[in-house]
Ligand binder design. Sequence first.
Ligand code: ADP
Length: 286
Amino acid sequence: ARAVLLDGRAVAATLREETAAAVAALRARGREAPALATILVGEDPASHVYVAAKHRACEAVGIRSLDHRLPGDVEGERLAELIGSLNADDAVSGILLQLPLPSQLEASEFIDLIDVGKDVDGLTTANAGQLWRQRDGLRPCTPAGIIELLDRCGVPIAGRHAVVVGRSDLVGRPLAGLLLRRDATVTICHRHTADLPAVCRGADILVAACGIPRLIGVEHVRPGAVVVDVGITRTDDGLVGDVDFDAVATVAAAITPVPGGVGPMTIALLLANTVAALPSTTDKDR
Ligand code: ADP
């Protein structure tokens, strides 16, 4: 048996078309195109690549992008001022603070300066709280992208046992919250979990978000499970996920490829969130 591929690239393309149509509809009603402001601090090469990719993705769907850059040795006060001015600027619908920040700046402190309504990464304490309090709000892009991918691939969530490996603020924790809201039974694993393979074998839906290449092997996967791989690590043999794809694909019912699985969905959700962040356009809840 060979697992069905959960084709994030194809699903993300459909979602981006829907976002482009939503932007076009806004413009046809005489409204401004939404605008995403990105803030890039310092010279991290990977971050430059990511921000450039986000700008290209925005432009392709008609979202304007505003590029803000600060030197790596910038004072926190200066970054705080910039965030404040973007919060106050009605022309800015979404604000994205590219991570990681240089080590002298504490990321969470600056994320929490972002206006909740413009927090298109869904990473402010306020939006995280809204999720766990079961209220509407902007959701982190990777977890929201995973839910969207499962939905659009026809994977049922309610009543299933979902096991999430990883408890980061960016992925594992908010994903667990979203799965819980969709009535899954949720288990969160982390580096202190005893007998990880046994816990993972209980999963109907297994999500690997631990950043350890090929940690998840056949011994972690119940035959017929759906496996979602969030990891992406650059190694000598190319980009590798947290799942040993070739082995796991022989037992899983469905699996996301790396690349081409969760990654494209993350960007598609950033675009969808930027449109959703506009006052009174769509339902922000996902
Ligand atoms: P991401 O941004 O993809 O969520 P992070 O590096 O921020 O990744 O977080 C890694 C997460 O993976 C942490 O929550 C950590 O507890 C978890 N983790 C690390 N090693 C293991 C392991 N051996 N088994 C299970 N979970 C692990």
